[in-house]
Design a protein around this ligand. Sequence first.
Ligand code: ADP
Ligand code: MG
Length: 713
Amino acid sequence: MNVNLQTPIDYLKGVGPNRADLLRKELNIHTYQDLLNLFPNRYIDRTRYYKINQIQQSNAEIQIIGVIKGFKEVAQKRGKRLVATFKDDTGTMELVWFRGHKWIRENLKLNIPYVIFGKTNWFNGKFNMPHPDIETTEEHKNGLSSGIQPIYPSTEKLSNKGISNRVVSKVVQQLFLESKGRFAETLSTELTTELQLLNKSEALLNIHFPKNQELLAKAQYRLKFEELFYIQLQLIIKNLIHKSKIKGFQFSKVGDYFNTFFKAHLPFELTNAQKRVLKEIRSDLGSSAQMNRLLQGDVGSGKTIVAFMSMLMALDNGFQACLMAPTEILSVQHYNGLLEWCNLLNVNIKILTGSSRTSSRKVIHELLESGELDIIVGTHALLEDKVKFKNLGLAIIDEQHRFGVAQRSKLWHKSPPQPSLREEAKASFIPPHILVMTATPIPRTLAMSVYGDLDISAIDELPPGRKSIKTVHRYDKNRLNVFKFIRDEITKGRQVYIVYPLIQESEKMDYKDLMDGYESIARDFPLPDYQISIVHGKMKPADKDYEMQRFIKGETQIMVATTVIEVGVNVPNASVMVIESAERFGLSQLHQLRGRVGRGAEQSYCILMTSHKLSNDSKTRLETMVRTNDGFEIAEVDLKLRGPGDIMGTQQSGVLNLRIADIVKDKAILQHARYYAKKVLKNDPSLTKDKHKVILDTYKAMSKFKNIWNYIS
Ligand code: ADP
Ligand code: MG
């Protein structure tokens, strides 16, 4: 009989009520299972013994066998330090203690062999080891401290209360004793065989008490795979359930709107990526399940036309569509662009934003409810309760990262229950299809985990003929050259953005930077030869808009701005983007800003201005920007630099609570896990086959014991 792993931790020999309380409070360990899943953070390899003449660097953790030849006390600024001369057959070094001198002198003996372990230091021309772990070779042989030792997660409180790493290690050992090291398998034989994984018991033994490096690596692989496998399984099952349960409007035909536009009015040939994504959307809309799709595409990759043609599919089937953007400027821009196409097709389109007049608002509300209006474009204003549709079939959200999840779900309920089904309104509620578009690519692996329950499309190809933007890094002292370059570009008829950082904590200082910058630019680019626009967050919307419009119309040549222009502004004649204090921006923000240029036929430039003092991370960011224009590549670097914690959506997804796998480092394992999770479900969607019983049982148990698998939502 295996031990019951749900047994409360108090029952384990050596734990007791006080320790159990601490383990619960500090490490969230309630049961045997929790303890078993407390995986070490790192290991100390004590399989290897060094010789003193092999020590090469400071700060290495090593162990050495030797004898103490003598002690001396050395006076120092405050108090004394105790120094022992330690010798093996290759040389001598020093052991140093700053406290506990009495105990050391009474207990350590000269000329008998000791095993010492600790970090080495280079001081006064020789190596020393402060406060080493020290044991006689006899103690060492019989004790716990040989081999590869686990270092467990801990907290200050735990170590203060005497629950040291050694204690935790002993308790885990006790658990292995009581259970005889036998633990139920949690993956199918098919998987363990095909992937040559350690079985569960071997994996657990070697993660806690590795026999050697090779078995440790195998144990880690097996447990990481398992963790990621069950997360992927969960996400894929969620997605399948969503598709089978949440009914959507079936857009069964491709009709006149779409065909006419495609045959007669397409302004350019679609890229292969655009065609592929349209097919993916078409297939979603044609099925009877609700579409929930994320469309990733770098700035300028041409998401707008994909959005428009998807809306035409809705219109062709008698439905309305809406497009929501995060800012007024963006909404207006979308509206103006789409209006041209809509006029060609006799499609009714209108715009609704915070600054729409009350009278026109009323009209729009009525037209939407009567169904006369086909497409509405707008800001958050679309989310107001007053906005009701006759039959909203497709809702598109542009630049997702500016909207929260709550807003996405609000759109769900914009479509009224179908008239024929009104009685069972709730049960028969059909939400519109949802397409979320984002220009901030997140790496595919992360997307799989964060948005695993959404379907993902990517436009990973730019329209042909785009000149890639030339990016350079310049220091403040090169400013004169940069200004000369700007002047030359303006002489050629181009326009220029100069952007200052705006970071909330130091808003006042940022504002001052912006104004100082503006003044110095105004001095170097004086009226009447040069006209400058300025846009920042403290301005009234009307003033902002006025300045924007002057720049869009080409009346001003330079736009000095804070990051308000980050998203979506389209001025094809602007060919230079200067980013001031570029070291203060994050990578994705730099990439977004750069995307404001390179929209016309001319060669465009991005100039990253910084001071001389740069952190390593800043250097990496700048080098990455100079090296590549590829948003997906930039997203990968960003993920490595920042970790997943700062990336939108990760908080909810639980990838941060992984026990052993690391979403960044274990990308390859994640891909494997997803592949096999899909394969298993494809072969046996409800996991009813005998060979999958173990997977089903494990999956169910995980959902039941939330404290163990709390990362599964
Ligand atoms: P984003 O994905 O950033 O929203 P847009 O949809 O605004 O990009 O497209 C950027 C520019 O590229 C627009 O001027 C658009 O007309 C143009 N464009 C889009 N697709 C193509 C294409 N297949 N061929 C040529 N130009 C295109
Ligand atoms: Mg866009």
